[in-house]
Ligand binder design. Sequence first.
Ligand code: ADP
Ligand code: MG
Ligand code: ZN
Length: 448
Amino acid sequence: MEETTIFNGLKKHFKFDEFKSDLQRKATVEICQRKRDVFISMPTGSGKSLCYQLPAVLHPGKITIVFSPLLALIKDQIDHLTALKIRAATINSKITSAQRESVLMDLKSTSPNTRILYVTPEQAATATFKALYENLYKFNKIAYLVIDEAHCVSEWGHDFRPQYRKLGDLRDNVDVPCIALTATANSDVVKDIVASLKLAPDYRTFRTSCFRNNLFYDVHYPNLLPDPYKHLRDFVLDCLNEKEEKSMDKQRKSCGIIYCRTREQTELLMEKLNQLGVKALCYHAGLKSDERRVFQEQWQNGDVPVICATISFGMGVDKSTVRFVVHWGSPKEPASFYQETGRAGRDGKPSKCRVYYNRSDSKAIEFHLSQDYSKAGDVEHKKKRSERALKGFRKILEYCENPTECRHKLFTDHFGEPPPECSNRCDFCANGKKVRDLAEEFLTKSIQ
Ligand code: ADP
Ligand code: MG
Ligand code: ZN
């Protein structure tokens, strides 16, 4: 299929003048060819649905079957497509039998009008669906099999859905391109997706890199500093760069997050910073819920620039002017460290991610991870999970205590990407010798 045909389809059916990104365009063009399986990993909101919806529309007479985990998601998609006059339907337990009959009738006709059929994985396991599926395939009427939120196939993902595992069976002896979409996938989850959905060996990947080139990563050691709190204060002031922004409206003022391991640490740091002339708040599970709400609001509004928080802070926080994220102590493992520091610099401006590393916090974390307190799963399973957690933590130990390479490589390795073009966006690439010397001094002092 020609790229101009695809581009015209984008305008005609979706009313967009351009693709949202180069990656969206490339993925859509590849999918339109119907030659290979495709794996797409792009952040939420980047427009993954279009990558299969446009190809679906451009193959009239054929149907695209989309597996989606939730009825609510399915409803949103169908409403959206219907508004664009694209025929989309679902069969599930919530629709009337008359509706179901009408959908099935169309699907079984020689030239169906339905372009996209949404199905939950539970529905996919029913006899009705299986019969329909076989019939559609027999008459060469399936354009694509799409698995949305594909990380649900993996136990290592955050949303494991056992029924997703069975979707791979639908691919046995069926020669139809399969498209897997997800926003979150580390290399273990990707492996699971590829194996479980039986993607062909020549499948193509379209993935946004996890490398954030506006974030500068470094590590400092409080026990080597004459006054760690003053050092932190200077760092904070430097990042906030108050002078330039006096005139700005409050919401857009620079701010930052300091993550601590314990409640006590958040309160102590808040006090120290306030004493040293930086307005700061704390946030942890021990506060009363309205206190927590008020503090979060004050930070969100730009009244108080710094919040010292335990890791429960940040879910749903959508502030684009976070200029720094500090880990006071030690991060836990690469994925959560990536997510926490990823809250910095959402507006694309230079921002800093710093660890003030100390041994006692890291020992505490290591101990905690070696005990799997969660109730889910049997002994074998717990053991495996705890081993994984410790493996992740050892990566953090290397990062903090024995740096040998670019800081960003912690993440690109974790997400299975090639090393980034850092060009001095971390302390190691800026001055590797200095970083190694400092780490050595830290180790020598820590052993004494
Ligand atoms: P994802 O599934 O990756 O989270 P969606 O497919 O839900 O993202 O799309 C997110 C938003 O982006 C939607 O509102 C969608 O209409 C919009 N969008 C998709 N493609 C484009 C485009 N080419 N130009 C502008 N907006 C787009
Ligand atoms: Mg989506
Ligand atoms: Zn680097």
